[in-house]
Design a protein around this ligand. Structure first.
Ligand SMILES: *[C@@H]1O[C@H](CO)[C@@H](O)[C@H](O)[C@H]1NC(C)=O
Length: 352
């Protein structure tokens, strides 16, 4: 009897030893990512949508020049943030069959390019709605519990940093694409609707055990090359109306974050807002080592992204590091690195 108990104890100790997460020295055990193409590391490869980027020249500056489905020439912000936190140097996509729970235990991405807070946004390009990302996250929790055991898994769930970057598509792919007459909401009302949905999402992952979170503010999306191209007869200026919508959303979201931290006990929610930095990069690109900001590296740089940005396109630039934008909608690796360093230093310091 006693022997059995000793044996059971040894077995338990041994299994725990086996599944011990490699000593990363990081303060957070994993980086868990939700959102859109700003943070998707390849989930869209596995779903039927036209919004993909798992082909060259995407990824040409990534490890082994691999096109992973990241919408950039190289790594995206969460990869740099993960590295900066002392975790791995790239965050794997949950739907990528070449990874499993061993990999996901220290970082996982549920994001889907083209999605938004509003269900109607993800419908536009048939990508994963945010609620579906949460469904996958629940499945992940189950897998994590059977891999690490209940107690250790709960610790990973509680102590991990949750990175959320979403909202641009709700405006650009949904709200502003609707003819004015068909819009149910004013911009102000639509922002409030989105903030409400963001609140529901954050409450849901809090309820599921998440405590350390960073919600990203929106960038000046009126300055994306694709949006500027629509202003080509007006000197390709940024669309100020869109930038105002982004700034107002950010102000409201910052307020929501402040309230949430008071209401939900144990929550450490940060509003990370790179708006001013990105705006600075766009208005003073030379100060950051860039020569090109109006057009992107891929193709002519004015409208190409996804399948239009492919290796048959003869116009693609040779050195993406001189460009702020990689395709007409997404930053280059260099921009991602600058933004991630800023966020790590100013917004995520307490998690390091
Ligand atoms: C979005 O869709 C999901 C699944 O159908 C549903 O549960 C949720 O209530 C919807 N959200 C809104 C705001 O309509």
């Amino acid at each position: 009897m006693l022997q059995n108990r000793i044996l059971a104890f040894l077995l338990l100790a041994f299994t725990q030893l086996l599944v011990e997460i490699p000593g990363t020295g990081a303060k957070v055990p994993a980086l868990i990512v939700f959102g859109d193409s700003t943070v998707d590391s390849g989930n869209n490869n596995q779903i039927s949508t036209v919004l993909k980027s798992n082909f060259q020249p995407y990824g040409r500056d990534f490890f082994d020049g691999k096109a992973t489905g990241r919408f950039s020439n190289g790594r995206i912000a969460p990869d740099f943030i993960s590295e900066g936190l002392g975790l791995k140097n790239a965050v794997p996509a949950y739907l990528d069959p070449s990874y499993d729970i061993k990999d996901f235990a220290t970082g996982v991405c549920f994001a889907s390019a083209g999605t938004g807070l509003d269900n109607a946004t993800s419908d536009v390009l048939s990508v994963m709605p945010l609620w579906k990302e949460v469904e996958y996250y629940k499945e992940y929790q189950t897998k994590l519990r059977s891999y690490l055991g209940e107690e250790k898994a709960n610790e990973v769930i509680r102590e991990s940093l949750y990175l959320i970057s979403i909202g641009t598509n709700d405006f650009l792919e949904n709200y502003y694409l609707l003819p004015r007459k068909l819009r149910k909401y004013s911009v102000d009302e639509y922002q409030n609707f989105l903030i409400g949905l963001a609140g529901e999402f954050l409450t849901e992952i809090y309820r599921l055990g998440a405590r350390k979170m960073s919600f990203s503010g929106l960038s000046p999306f009126g300055c994306l090359p694709l949006e500027r191209t629509t202003q080509i007869f007006y000197g390709s200026k940024c669309i100020e109306e869109y930038n105002v919508a982004a700034r107002d959303f950010n102000t409201k979201m910052a307020d929501k974050v402040f309230k949430f931290n008071k209401e939900l006990s144990g929550l450490q929610l940060v509003f990370s807002n790179p708006y001013d930095l990105v705006s600075d990069i766009i208005h003073r690109p030379e100060a950051f080592g860039f020569n090109n900001v109006r057009s992107a590296c891929c193709g002519t740089g004015y409208y190409e992204m996804s399948y239009l940005c492919d290796k048959m396109n003869p116009f693609t630039c040779t050195d993406a590091s001189t460009y702020v934008f990689w395709d007409s909608f997404h930053p280059t690796e260099k921009t991602n690195r600058i933004v991630a360093s800023h966020v790590l230093k100013y917004d995520l310091a307490r998690f390091q």
